[in-house]
Design a protein around this ligand. Structure first.
Ligand code: NAP
Ligand code: MN
Length: 265
């Protein structure tokens, strides 16, 4: 990455991290990188922390397409964090010697009530915020598919398939498959309500619409990765695979399936 030199550090301002960042800044500087304080000047964004820090870095910097994101972890490697904080010198070295590669991860685009779209790299989730069930009309390409009644639904990207989606028994999807997966959270299935009952994958040219049935018991909470949207009266979500892809720096010999094996097997 010889042409990328402007580095922005994204981290939680704790005293402990501040000290570590001071050291990182020095290392980066000594390796010919320039540390910038404005996101708009950056072409490399480094998140310090776990996958949660990485997800926040993306959201707070608005899923920038012209930047490379780098996840640096403090305790253990995660799904988006390929580097450890005590090995940052090695990381900077490998950035110069091309032992790293930039991988493009796909995102989904979520439009709530026809407003500005939001992006997610893990998933969009919609859940009832009260003890009553949520009723959702599910439409694929504007055609009614099923009526869901239960706790909620998750629409995940391939890289998000190992997160929330997996906890509800969704499939782990190879990130090379441009798609989104729809999974249920505790659906009621009886003679009045019937849903598919299994997760399903939609291709990148489909459009999914989730219409919240306004029955007075609808109190949805909408999750965009690890951020909750506080929208009181959302009526519908339109979700599709987005053309916006996020560039992520990763080690060459650390494939998605190696990570899956390391974390789960
Ligand atoms: P969290 O509740 O602290 O973490 C949930 C766990 O998921 C952490 O161990 C996190 O790793 C890990 N994780 C995040 N993205 C992942 C991915 N793509 N593949 C595998 N594991 C992943 O919240 P958080 O750290 O801010 O992460 C937010 C994510 O938590 C959401 O996007 C959602 O996927 C997931 N979540 C899961 C459940 C569930 O399984 N029941 C419920 C709500 C949310 P780190 O330790 O490296 O941060
Ligand atoms: Mn976490």
């Amino acid at each position: 990455m010889p042409n990328r030199k402007n580095l922005f550090f994204f981290y939680k301002q704790t005293p402990e991290l501040k000290e570590k960042i001071a050291h990182l800044r020095e290392l980066a500087h000594n390796n010919g990188f320039q540390i910038v304080d404005e996101i708009k000047e950056a072409n490399i964004i480094v998140s310090i922390g776990g996958d949660n820090a990485f997800l926040q870095a993306l959201r707070k910097t608005n899923f920038k397409e012209d930047c490379v994101y780098v996840g640096v972890n403090i305790d253990q490697l995660g799904f988006y964090t390929d580097f450890m904080i005590h090995e940052v010198d090695k990381m900077l070295e490998s950035m110069k010697s091309e032992q790293v590669e930039v991988r493009k991860y796909s995102t989904i685009e979520v439009t709530i009530d026809e407003e500005t779209p939001y992006y997610c790299i893990n998933e969009c989730s919609i859940r009832s915020n009260v003890i009553k069930t949520l009723v959702i009309e599910v439409l694929i390409d504007d055609q009614h598919f099923e009526t869901f009644r239960g706790d909620g639904m998750i629409v995940s990207t391939p890289t998000g398939s190992t997160a929330y989606n997996k906890s509800v028994r969704g499939a782990v999807v190879d990130p090379r498959l441009p798609s989104m997966q729809v999974s249920e959270i505790a659906s009621i299935n009886n003679n009045d309500y019937r849903t598919l009952g299994t997760s399903f994958l939609l291709s990148d040219d489909r459009k999914l619409r989730l219409q919240i049935v306004q029955d007075g018991n609808d109190h949805p909470i909408i999750g965009l990765d690890n951020e909750a949207m506080s929208i009181r009266h959302a009526r519908q979500l339109e979700i599709k695979v987005s053309p916006r892809q996020i560039k992520v720096l990763k080690l060459k010999h650390n494939s998605f399936w190696e990570k899956v094996q390391r974390k789960f097997l």
